[in-house]
Write a protein that binds this ligand. Structure first.
Ligand code: PLP
Length: 288
């Protein structure tokens, strides 16, 4: 049985989904996306993901294709239709593009409908080595545009940066713009500096990550000192711990930065503690 996807109002086997090559998502990368994990069939922070999607669609003036209730109904149906092949832990990907129109940089007529595509994949469990060894990261100049708060499908900058990390034997590139750390190529960043958990403040230069917000909430709930503040590359180099966060990779402890050990070169105590809180949060969601 093949994976089921959803295209413009119809559920269908993913292998049968077709779009026009004139779709502006294909031609220009003119679209917005979200990636949402589901644990025991429950979508992680669904309201927050749908709110970010709505904000992003409004920011780039793409029509909202569904109401909030319709989104919830369709996404939950995606999970149940894929349950037999993928199980109940799934990764849902959705994207909305500006639709199909003759190629022109300017927006098409207002009667052009957005294209909505949703797919599901089994949620990959994270390798055990993360907890024992952590991961390697590099630093790199942030070569992306200046609207990184928009979760756009135009990801060429992010792709080149992530590939540079892979080419250098690392899993992520940590980005520097004008002397400050912004985020990873597909993750947000936290650093433990002098015992305080710090993440760069929201703004146009980084994505307002859903996982980032949850970690700040968990820190507050468990009385872990934390704040939102700018971090320089020099401060990052001296950090006791560095973490990268995203909905699918959760919290990755960075144990090597540009080939040099972070702290003692192993996942740190603060990471272990936050990781437990995070797993507990996921379990509560499963049990809800
Ligand atoms: C550039 C970027 N920053 C941060 C994140 C983390 O966001 P979230 O926690 O909402 O998955 C992502 C996720 O893909 C991303 O692409």
């Amino acid at each position: 049985m093949s994976s089921i996807s959803y295209l413009n109002g119809t559920f269908m086997p993913a292998s049968e989904a077709r779009i026009s090559p004139l779709d502006r998502g294909f031609i220009f990368g003119d679209g917005i996306y979200e990636a949402i994990p589901a644990y025991s069939g429950k979508l992680f922070r669904l309201d927050e993901h749908l709110q970010r999607l709505a904000d992003n669609l409004a920011a780039v003036r793409i029509k909202q294709p569904l109401t909030t209730d319709e989104w919830k109904q369709v996404l939950n149906e995606m999970i149940s239709r894929n349950q037999a092949t993928h199980g109940s832990e799934q990764s849902i990907y959705l994207q909305v593009t500006r639709g199909v129109a003759e190629r022109d940089h300017g927006f098409p007529d207002s009667n052009v409908e957005p294209t909505l595509f949703i797919m599901s994949a089994p949620l990959k469990s994270l390798p055990e080595s993360i907890a024992t060894e952590g991961v390697a990261a590099i630093t790199h100049e942030d070569i992306r545009w200046k609207n990184c708060h928009i979760k756009s499908t135009s990801l060429l900058g992010n792709i080149l940066l992530r590939q540079q990390a892979y080419d250098d034997g690392a899993v992520e590139a940590i980005l520097i713009r004008d002397g400050e750390i912004t985020e990873g190529a597909a993750s947000n960043l936290f650093a433990l500096i002098d015992g305080i958990l710090i993440t760069p403040p929201k703004g146009p230069l980084l994505l307002p990550g859903i996982t980032r917000d949850l970690i700040l909430e968990l820190a507050q709930q468990h009385k872990i000192a934390s704040c939102e503040a700018f971090i320089t590359p020099t401060q990052l180099k001296g950090a006791e711990e560095i973490w990268l966060t995203s909905s699918t990779k959760e919290i990755l402890p960075v144990t090597t930065l540009d080939g040099i050990a972070v702290g003692n070169g192993k996942p740190g105590k603060a990471w272990k503690q936050m990781s437990q809180h995070y797993q507990h949060y996921k379990q509560q969601l499963r049990d809800a």
